[in-house]
Design a protein around this ligand. Structure first.
Ligand code: SF4
Length: 719
């Protein structure tokens, strides 16, 4: 047992709170405050405080499992047998149906090293184009809109510490009181400093309760809301004409699109009264600096990219982006949602956040990998499209760190697709609902048992440190890829091409990312340990500055230990944007209906989200007693008027029915929700699975499903 304190980071959300781990009886660890990490200054939510519970061998997997041909049950097996079965299962599909019949599905909780190795494994060893990850379901619309407008996506282009010093924040579809409570202090400090907090959310959440203004639009109409605000900004002469002229392109078209959205028309669409729109526009425009921050509310829509784009247009028209203490940012959800999309497990991208279709990017990364660039596959299907193709075009799947049976839209259909596979292998720390369907399950190490890097919602690359040994029978994901590469033909030296040491993988990732938008080449484990994280882009000193690095080189930065070392880039775009001409791009957008609107059969809107004591699909947190006591199961939140119409009382079981299925959960009656809308949290499986109901319509650009709104009917369940 180690006797020292190990400073590290929480395994859950994108805030990546710092925490200290010390050895505890029973071979586990105890969490304590780590005040030196500036983002959370020691504060943790209940998920972080109880995270060691999932290290318990009574909770997690400690042996590979294989499906018995005799009983069809999962039974313990040795590692060699399990790995051989996976190699055989994936190899048989590849031989029989071609490389693209084998797919890989990753996760936003994987470290950068794992995400990188998984992308390389898919493209080099399996030769498949079919790889994507669950981060597609998280922030992909914000990423697409950011790249479209600014030429670069980094969740927050400024550190969280800027929030209290700005003048106004509009928080759109974000509920940090439930998703990342330690972040609330930034908004509290904003208000203490005299700033304004405006929350846009169909529900009066615990975050909305702290706001100066709360706008509760009908779900799926925040695009129109942003356009209405932009209309008012123009009509009231609040645009920043010099900024628009000098730092943007495309204003006239975007302006014309916004002017077609009269405030009264927007009120009819959204339900937000015109005086409240006017007050919002005034409060946003009057201070010297202001921000718009989005999260899953506007992003998880089939028009998510345009919805985020509308909010970005508002920022650009008022001169807010790329200025001190101002701008647009996305509060990413998953622990490594940011890094997970930068290093090659996304269907269309290579490490360094490079485009897979860019010939120069292919040459560079292929050079690092020692393969022919022409042999690298092209872009594959997006996450939902990949899951939808299981059992048809795709016959075998290797899944790492994801639980789509609970977290994917139209989940019953996805479950059926997974069941129809010829072969499924899952690497996970627990027997999730998806792992329970696998032919082979591999038990892998988790946060406190392994070293690796993550990239927080600020774009701050962080070092998670190993604090205790993994139990017998458990291996790391990197070891799994190494062993499978050896079995499936990963070249003559799999130990070199798929190293198992995370730092060795990171060194290769640095080289692969060099010159790309997310350039990590100047970052090392030593620097991460000494500097408490480094913001990308951070190019190594030798090569010529990349376009992105040049775009941000003038940004203020922390003190570097050595002037030859790039200090990292906390703030982006202060001098120019990462587009070819250095200007941000307005994109004209217009309101459009949801993929599914209420009708006589399905007259109510459903929206989904999270509760503070559970995390994502709940695979880990549903195994923690303290969290289960706080949030034991799903519920249907509805307005008293709707409850009265249904004849439902608090706690009564309600069936929520959409065209895709039915979920049952107890009623939770509150005036905090619109009368035309019900809310369900999505952390649970079984009959209360909210994603049974959700709609798989996809955003045409980001391929984000429409999680946040669909039409349902609600019925009391009579016994
Ligand atoms: Fe962990 Fe997020 Fe909670 Fe912080 S806010 S302790 S990172 S789950």
């Amino acid at each position: 047992m180690q006797s020292t304190v190990t400073p590290t980071h929480c395994p859950y959300c994108a805030l990546q709170c710092g925490m200290n781990l010390t050895p505890a009886p029973g071979g586990t660890v105890r969490v304590s405050e780590r005040a030196d990490f500036p983002v959370n200054r020691g504060a943790l939510c209940g998920k972080g405080r109880t995270a060691p519970a999932v290290l318990d061998p009574g909770v997690r997997l400690t042996s590979p499992l294989v499906r018995s041909p005799e009983t069809d049950a999962l039974v313990p097996a040795g590692w060699d047998e399990a790995l051989d079965r996976i190699a055989e299962g994936l190899g048989r599909t590849r031989t029989g149906y071609g490389a693209d019949a084998v797919a890989v599905f990753g996760g936003g909780g994987l470290t950068n090293e794992k995400a990188y190795a998984l992308g390389k494994f898919a493209r080099v060893v399996l030769g498949t184009s079919q790889i994507d990850y669950n981060g597609r379901f998280c922030m992909s619309s914000a990423a697409a809109a950011g790249i479209r407008a600014f030429g670069l996506d980094r969740g927050l282009p400024f550190p969280l510490e800027d929030i209290p010093r700005t003048g106004c924040v509009i928080l759109v579809g974000s509920n940090p009181a439930e998703t990342m409570p330690p972040a609330l202090r930034y908004f509290a400090e904003l208000k203490e400093n005299g700033g304004t907090l405006i929350v846009v959310d169909p529900r009066r959440t615990r975050t909305a309760e702290q706001a100066d203004l709360h706008l509760a639009p009908r779900p799926g109409t925040d695009l129109a809301l942003a356009l209405g605000l932009l209309h008012l900004v123009v009509a009231e002469g609040r645009t920043d004409e010099a900024y628009i002229r000098e730092r943007t392109t495309g204003w006239e078209e975007a302006r014309a699109a916004a002017m077609a959205h009269w405030p009264e028309y927007v009120e009819r669409i959204t339900g937000v009264p015109v005086p409240l729109l006017r007050e919002t526009a005034r409060r946003f425009c009057e201070p010297e600096a202001a921000m718009v921050l989005t999260a899953r509310g506007p992003e998880q829509q089939a028009k998510g990219t345009d919805t985020v784009g509308a909010w970005i247009n508002l920022c650009l028209a008022t001169g807010r982006a790329g200025r001190p203490l101002s701008g647009y940012g996305c509060l990413t959800g998953q622990g490594n949602g940011q890094g997970g999309r930068e290093h090659g497990q996304k269907a269309d991208q290579l490490p360094g956040y490079r485009k897979l279709t860019d010939p120069a990017a292919r040459r560079h990364v292929a050079g690092v990998w020692g393969v022919d660039p022409d042999a690298l596959p092209g872009p594959g299907r997006s996450a939902y499209e990949l899951l939808d193709a299981l059992g048809t075009d795709i016959r075998s799947l290797l899944l790492m760190g994801s639980n789509p049976v609970v977290s994917a839209p139209r989940a019953a259909h996805v479950e059926e697709r997974i069941r129809s596979l010829d072969f499924l292998a899952v690497c996970d720390v627990v027997l999730s609902e998806t792992a329970a369907l696998a032919d082979v399950v591999l038990p892998v190490t988790q946060w406190a048992e392994e070293t690796g890097t993550t990239t927080s919602l600020e774009g701050r690359v962080l070092l998670r440190r190993r604090a205790l040994p993994a139990p017998d029978g458990v291996r790391s994901d990197l070891e799994v890829l190494h062993e499978l590469a050896a079995r499936l033909g990963g070249g003559p030296s799999p130990e070199k091409r798929f190293p198992t040491d995370p730092e060795e993988v990171f060194e290769e990732l640095r080289r692969a990312s060099a010159g790309g938008p997310a350039d990590y080449s100047g970052i090392s484990y030593r620097r991460l340990a000494e500097e408490n994280g480094v913001f990308w882009p951070c190019p190594a000193p030798e090569p010529e500055p990349t376009p992105v690095a040049a775009a941000v080189a003038a940004a203020p930065a922390p003190v570097a230990a050595d002037s030859a070392v790039h200090p990292g880039t906390p703030r982006l775009f202060l001098d120019r944007f990462a587009t070819e001409d250095g200007r941000a791009r307005f994109v004209p957008v217009a309101h459009r209906a949801n993929a599914e609107e209420p009708d006589d059969d399905y007259p109510v809107l459903l929206t989904t989200g999270r509760v503070v004591a559970q995390y994502q699909s709940g695979a880990q947190t549903r195994r923690v007693d303290e969290l289960n006591a706080a949030a034991p199961g799903p519920f249907v939140e509805l307005h008293p008027r709707l409850a009265e119409r249904l004849g439902a009382a608090e706690g009564d079981p309600l069936a929520v029915v959409s065209r895709r299925g039915r979920a049952v959960a107890p009623a939770r009656i509150t005036t905090a929700i619109r009368p035309d809308t019900v809310f369900m949290p999505f952390h649970w499986a079984g009959e209360g699975r909210a994603n049974t109901l959700t709609h798989p319509a996809l955003d045409p650009t980001s391929r984000m499903p429409e999680f946040k709104v669909c039409a349902v009917r609600v019925e009391p369940v009579r016994s």
